[in-house]
Design a protein around this ligand. Sequence first.
Ligand code: UTP
Length: 290
Amino acid sequence: MKITKAIIPAAGLGTRVLPATKAIPKEMFPIVDKPAIQYIVEEAAKSGIEDILIITSRGKFEIEDHFDRAPELEAKLAEGGKQEMLDQIVDVTKLANITYIRQMEQKGLGHAVLQAKKFVGDEPFAVMYGDDVIIGEDPCIGQLIRAYEHTGLCGAVGIKSVLAEEIQKYSSMKIEPIKDNIFKVTDMIEKPKPGQEFSLYSILGRCVLPPEIFGILEEIPYGAGNELQLTDAMRVLAKRDGFAGIDFTGTRYDMGNKLGILKASVEVGLTHPEIGEEFKEYIREIAKEI
Ligand code: UTP
């Protein structure tokens, strides 16, 4: 079945980047001149996604405003003949049909995904974590959708190898090679304790799930960190049917992490058509002093 729906969980508290996230959602942090979540919606649109549900929470209304029309600003730009800027802010409202739902309590990623049950209905869907920006030639979620279709497995997960000393902060996948960068994931564990990890491959930011995930999320107990863990629900399906695991191409920036935010700004800044050259000069100068 063709995948046309995506959900973007963006309701988390962002405690790793306080105090910045006290009043500003991390999903709205800019990477040069676009908020993180716009990169994610653009990736979805380029991958054939038509309908997006963004899961928000109290104090995250800026996300809705960003994808809405802004009549006063548009009139001002039109009056001043600033057509390019006007196009940019109108185009962002046309990327997809975007709707919103609030997760009233932050009980974990699995709990956030559960809020999308009605929106999804009875079809497979994409999940794109709201604080994971992935930039590359071939949009990441499109790579997962293709692998899902080709392998016929019950879903797909974007995976990357993480550092051995960091695996406990992530999830760990049990994998068998299928072809090139595609693996079969047959088991998984969230935040493994030392010795519990299957491999250094972890799910990073994207997956394709079947609708039966909702029934599983409703049944399973709360897991690591006393949160309803999406990985725990996916594990049931991984062990039964197997997921496609795609070691995707593209660079992932963790916008929920201080270093990730800086790396995103520097790397996107260096190739930015407007300020890239000047920024390169600046970085060269400043590097001499480090
Ligand atoms: P994270 O665990 O990275 O986000 O979840 P967090 O809970 O905001 O992080 P910290 O530890 O407090 O800094 C990955 C994605 O899932 C969303 C987040 O917004 C993020 O985009 N999420 C997480 C929810 O929507 N609801 C939740 O209850 C938890």
